[in-house]
Design a protein around this ligand. Structure first.
Ligand SMILES: *Cc1c(COP(=O)(O)O)cnc(C)c1O
Ligand SMILES: [Zn+2]
Length: 422
């Protein structure tokens, strides 16, 4: 079955065949949406054909992806996705919200959401026989690409800003990628990567440039859909008086805007297939110091004005977001919104999530910090069922984590010293 029809520019609507083009629209630089043959997918598959698959990874959604699964069956690449959802009853009570869950993307093989994108891009690289895959990264996209590439013996080159947290750089190196630290920002690394890919014929994974990253990221929407159908059914069984409750609201942190766009795309796929009847509400959360997309949303425009980004949340620190227009739409078309949070609020969210057993990196905790603000401002109410995404592990940035906590005391190894502690 040929399900991958081609690409459609998200700005001008121009369509391209799969072999005609690899990255962005040549006319206006717009991000490309992958076009799938929904008719033939719908004829061939029912939702149960997917939900009954045994595969606990994002590869269970292969019928809805524009690629084929790489050979071999138990590498880290094959284990990407299918992350757990936890209830957060104590935080729910604190926020006066009846139903609150967190989907923990730090459980991915390289410990961030980015594995979803990198798994699909590496699968594409194998299909087109790419010798080398390259990406610019603040750390996580690179770690994910290095990990997924290592799993299949694919060569990878990563450009990261020299300011990337050491744990992330260690991950890149341990996975055996060629790592080049750029004396500049993420945006500088981004531009250099595109030049290098052109010069050396490498396949470029850059976020908001390669159309396959959003296709990987959309698998989180499919998992949320499966989980929600189950959860919703159980919930109604418990309380049959429930019928007209609000839709699910999803909180996600936003840097380049590719995760939020990918999640939006996933739900739009399901809508086009007739497998859902409406979209959940999607709320994007940015750091106050890196809020180019939130600014555009508030100005009601898709034109993104770059900022000079500064935030502790390095994974969402971006001057010029590369997937801004689609990221604005993701909130607009789902009755969602954008929230901005301060670094202080992000650090508080890290310690609050930690106290529930979830260790998030700053960019991951930002989504929860956004919920705290949204609840205080009445953007969400007590009856809204809410799912927060934690996009990355706190172990990736222990320096930031240490700022979120009070340091442990050091004592002489005596009972007396212990008793003397304040
Ligand atoms: C990349 C990343 C994000 C933001 O994703 P974008 O696609 O850049 O918006 C959020 N959290 C973490 C941990 C990330 O690595
Ligand atoms: Zn275009």
């Amino acid at each position: 079955m040929k399900k991958f029809l081609g690409y459609c520019c998200s700005l001008c609507g121009a369509e391209y065949s799969p072999s005609e083009i690899a990255y962005t629209c040549p006319k206006d630089g717009g991000n490309l949406d992958v076009l799938l043959d929904y008719e033939s997918i719908r004829r061939k598959f029912h939702p149960e054909d997917i939900t009954s698959r045994g595969d606990p990874s994002l590869w269970r959604y292969l019928p809805l992806l524009p690629i084929s699964e790489p050979e071999g069956d138990s590498t880290p690449l094959h284990a990407a996705g299918w992350t757990p959802v936890f209830a957060l009853p104590r935080l729910a009570e604190k926020l006066a919200i009846r139903r609150l869950w967190l989907k923990d993307e730090s459980r991915n093989p390289s410990a961030s959401f980015k594995d979803r994108a990198s798994a699909i891009v590496v699968a594409r690289a194998q299909e087109i026989n790419a010798k080398v895959v390259v990406t610019a990264s603040t750390g996580n996209a690179g770690a994910a690409l290095a990990c997924m590439s290592a799993a299949l013996g694919q060569k990878a080159v990563i450009f990261a800003p020299r300011s990337a947290p050491p744990a992330k750089v260690a991950q890149l190196l341990i996975f055996g990628a060629r790592v080049i630290l750029v004396d500049g920002t993420y945006d500088d690394a981004f531009n250099l990567t595109i030049q290098a890919a052109q010069e050396f014929g490498w396949y470029c994974r850059n976020t908001g440039y390669n159309p396959f990253t959003a296709e990987g990221k959309k698998t989180a929407a499919f998992e949320i859909w499966e989980w929600w159908v189950e959860t919703h059914r159980a919930w109604h069984k418990q309380d049959s008086s429930l019928n007209n409750h609000p839709p699910l609201t999803i909180f996600v942190s936003v840097g380049d805007g590719n995760i939020i766009s990918g999640i939006h795309k996933g739900f739009k796929d399901l809508l086009a297939l007739g497998w859902i009847s409406s979209l959940p509400r999607i709320i994007g959360v940015q750091a106050e110091g890196s809020s180019a997309i939130a600014n555009a949303f508030r100005a009601n425009t898709e034109t993104i004005v770059p900022v000079s980004a500064a935030t502790i949340a390095d994974s969402i620190s971006v001057n010029l977001p590369r997937d801004g227009a689609r990221a604005v739409r993701a909130a607009q078309e789902t009755n969602g919104t954008y929230i901005t949070v301060s670094d202080k609020e992000i650090l508080r969210a890290m310690s609050e999530l930690g106290a529930q057993g979830v260790f998030a990196e700053p960019a991951g905790a930002a989504a929860y910090a956004g919920l705290v603000c949204a609840a205080a401002a009445g953007v969400v109410g007590s009856e809204d069922p809410i799912l927060v995404l934690n996009t990355g592990s706190g172990l990736k940035d222990v320096r930031a984590a240490m700022q979120a906590v009070i340091e442990a005391p050091i004592i002489e190894p005596t009972l007396e010293a212990l008793k003397n502690l304040p």
